[in-house]
Design a protein around this ligand. Structure first.
Ligand SMILES: *Cc1c(COP(=O)(O)O)cnc(C)c1O
Length: 387
């Protein structure tokens, strides 16, 4: 019998044991200890920013990014509808309201529609206002879906023109970069704040964890302050703001330091397996979503079912599952989820179509070529079986 092939699982075969043992055996298991500093420095160096701040999760990092952007109750924040809900929940933690946008052919924010929407808004000296609600639109959250990076130069320009604080949800895109004027520009470093996630299914993991990055060092100092209970004076318990306990532990960071050592190797595996899937798909009606130019990390592989494929997505999901291959449909649209019903949307249609057509394929960094071939065999056969 063949083995179960999971969707995306951690790959912990480097220095993880060594570093975690070091943290544990020295009793530096909580939020002090050298690995947190090392992990922050190593990430900052890797993506080319002056400072990075570790936190408890990607969600916590996105929440702090909104706080850093000055997003308050009744403000509005532009978000995509086709993404993981953790990108949008923090908007509500602040009591702010999302405005949902459509995606384009690449699943990324549709910048034409975004620009059309922004043109309908009221641009004043002190910021952008929504003529419908009269609320201030303070920020925009862009998501690099599955590690794919869109036209960031254009988005940065739009955010500048319309005075929007740009937050990059780069939770799926650590290691993705594009080349700009001969230089690598990493996902997460285009906006005011970028956020990575180290949840168990992400390209590297700390079990759970996140990291904020910025070109603005002062902003990251502020992030560190807010994430550690806003201590003005840590000895005398003087606090200058409402702080958070969003710190990462040294044990998690020890895992992170070891995982980051493997990142480039993991990205190569992602690319090799992506190409193997792409070249091996021989059945009408199935294709893989392409990535943009540059060096995407190819975190998730999206299989697209078009109308000529003889099975529905649910049937294909079940067929693969019956043959011990785990896949996942793409997320439900966020503006249709219960906590987000009734919020403003702008001309959403492409996302609705994509939502029905995508199934994500196994993509772990320890996935072997034999396993890819087994998935391919099933995919190629599934089409024929149901003819
Ligand atoms: C994983 C993910 C998050 C949340 O990260 P956590 O570390 O799990 O909190 C947010 N946004 C997107 C798009 C994600 O994929």
């Amino acid at each position: 019998m063949s083995e179960f092939i999971p969707l995306s699982v951690p790959n912990i075969t480097g220095n993880e044991n060594k570093y975690v043992s070091e943290a544990v055996s020295t009793a530096w298991v909580s939020t002090g200890g050298g690995f947190v500093d090392d992990f922050e420095k190593n990430i900052a160096h890797y993506v080319g920013v002056p400072k990075a701040v570790a936190c408890q999760s990607g969600t916590a990092g996105l929440h702090l990014a909104l706080v850093l952007g000055g997003v308050e109750a009744s403000d509005e924040v532009i978000v995509p509808t086709l993404t993981f809900i953790a990108a949008v929940n923090p908007v509500r933690y602040q009591g702010a309201n999302p405005i949902f946008m459509d995606c384009g052919e690449d699943l990324l924010l549709d910048l034409d529609k975004l620009e059309a929407f922004l043109k309908t808004c009221d641009l004043r000296e002190d910021g952008l206002y929504n003529p419908k609600s009269q609320a201030r639109i303070k920020a925009l959250i862009v998501v690099h879906v599955f590690g794919n990076v869109g036209d960031m130069a254009r988005l940065v320009e739009l955010c500048k023109t319309y005075k929007l604080f740009l937050i990059e949800d780069a939770t799926e895109a650590l290691g993705s970069y594009i080349i700009e004027n001969g230089q690598k520009r990493f996902a997460g470093t285009f906006g005011q704040v970028g956020v990575y996630s180290f949840n168990g299914n992400k390209i590297i993991t700390t079990g759970g964890g996140g990291m904020m990055v910025s070109k603005d060092e002062a902003l990251m100092e502020r992030a560190k302050y807010l994430s550690t209970q806003a201590k003005d004076n840590p000895v005398d318990y003087v606090h200058g703001a409402v702080g958070y306990n969003y710190r990462m532990t040294n044990v998690q960071a020890a895992l992170g330091v070891a995982q980051l050592e493997r990142l480039e190797e993991f990205i190569k595996v992602k690319e090799t397996n992506y190409k193997r899937y792409k070249n091996g798909l021989k059945v009408k009606g199935l294709s893989l979503l392409p990535f943009h130019e540059g060096r995407p990390n190819r975190w998730f592989y999206s299989l697209i079912l078009d109308d000529t494929f003889p099975m529905t997505r649910q049937e294909l999901f079940t067929y693969l599952n019956d043959h011990k291959v785990q896949t996942r449909p793409i997320w439900g649209l966020i503006h249709e989820q219960k906590p987000f019903e009734g919020f403003e949307t702008y001309e959403i249609d492409r996302a609705r179509d994509w939502q029905k057509r995508i199934l994500n394929l196994p993509c772990s960094t320890n996935l072997t070529s034999q396993e890819v071939d087994r998935v391919l065999e099933l995919l190629n056969k599934a089409g024929q079986d149901s003819k």
